[in-house]
Write a protein that binds this ligand. Sequence first.
Ligand code: ADP
Ligand code: MG
Length: 474
Amino acid sequence: MQNRTMQDRTIQNIEDLLTQNKRSVHKFGGTSMANFEAMQRSAQVVLPITGPLVIVVSAAATVTRALMHLSHHNTPLQEQAQLIQDISRIHQDILAKLVHPEVIQPAVDALLREVKQRHAALQIERTLAEVDALLSIGERLSSLVFSQVLVELGRDAVWFDVRDVMKTSNHHGEAEPLLSEIKARAETSLSPLSEQKIVVTQGYIGATLEGATTTLGKESSDYSAALLAEALRADYFAIWTDIPGVFTTDPKITAAARPIQTISMQNALALTEAGAKVLHPRTMLPALRAGLAFFVGSSQGAGGGTWVLSQREDKEKKAEVVAISLRQEQILLSFDHSPANLIKGRVSAHIMAYLDEAEIKPAFVYADHLSTEILLDDSLREFRRESILTAEHSQNLQVLAPISTEMNLQLIAIIGNRLDQHEGLRKILAAFIKHYKIRVLSFGMSSHTLFMLVHETLAVAKELVVQLQQELFE
Ligand code: ADP
Ligand code: MG
């Protein structure tokens, strides 16, 4: 298999690769599915492809968020009605531009009815299994519509329910893929089908062996594509999004951000773990296992793009900064183990056990005899419609040890190689420490990451990123 897959030395121009009869998986994100025009542009990307092709799509932009908000009791009724209408309108607008909407209209209508039914059921009882079932409708809709777009462009495209292949644990909301089950099913159903027709299927969603619908975590369609590429023994996979590749920093923060032509798997992992939204961090895991390089490019016609390389980075590499990321809304909890509390014994173990039970994964932990410091990532608060640290969690944790809570911190991460040896970076940091409130400053053990937790507003943190971008890349 190592010889078949796309290795770093065989990496080439993506346009050439598309026409070489390779087996490939191509993923399109929400903005690439947002409306008829975006779908048309996305279709142009895959039209030249000659080999067996599986297309993985996300829900149309804003639909997953709307479905998530619909699942919550704390969303006002009027807003709920509006959200249902928005979801319907997005898809009906695309259908209105198709030549033969009647082919998929009944199926689309059935899915829109399912939104209403599942929403009503959730109002009575909110279980995570029902939330997943509701969320899955976004991808089921977009994939259906996109398959028809390809058919109308003269392609033999077929809709495929990924839940027949993407088998997972029953951990709703963040299900674990069952790799051998996925492989076996991909070999018997998806793989032969992709040799006959262009397969259009869903990212993000899966199903348990018993058939309950699950989801793989927010924004996990990239991960789905990587898992399917691994299971199908694809030669390569590609992630098509709204910007041409991985940049030195989020281009939405500064126009000075520059595209990166190639990035190592480790640095891509470090960058996305630190919060760069461009890829789901787990995307790199199947790619590493299968030794698969993959491409990140624009579905909207902008050229360029980034290859994420499959080989491990050379340890002797020189010190260099590759990219900078920013994640907002971080919460720092400091537990005070004053002598009175120490009597209770292993306070930090109790805190960790509580968080584990509550399924809260700390982004960072520091513990010594006097205190335990825990960083929580609350950047999904708006999407989830509640903070990761609910009032109930605060109360329960407070019983274990007195807490002080610092909200609205911003996490900046600098990603690269041998950062501990980087002269320029040291100088910049010295200046930053003087001028900004840096709450935590730490190198990751691998020396691929330098974390800077700042007690500044988001606007100031963005300024800091812009300044870093200028000083490190210009
Ligand atoms: P999709 O819906 O296609 O999955 P996402 O919104 O999840 O797209 O990811 C693409 C976005 O990631 C870009 O629009 C950009 O704002 C953001 N982003 C954050 N950091 C980076 C980075 N280092 N390089 C490129 N894009 C980044
Ligand atoms: Mg994404």
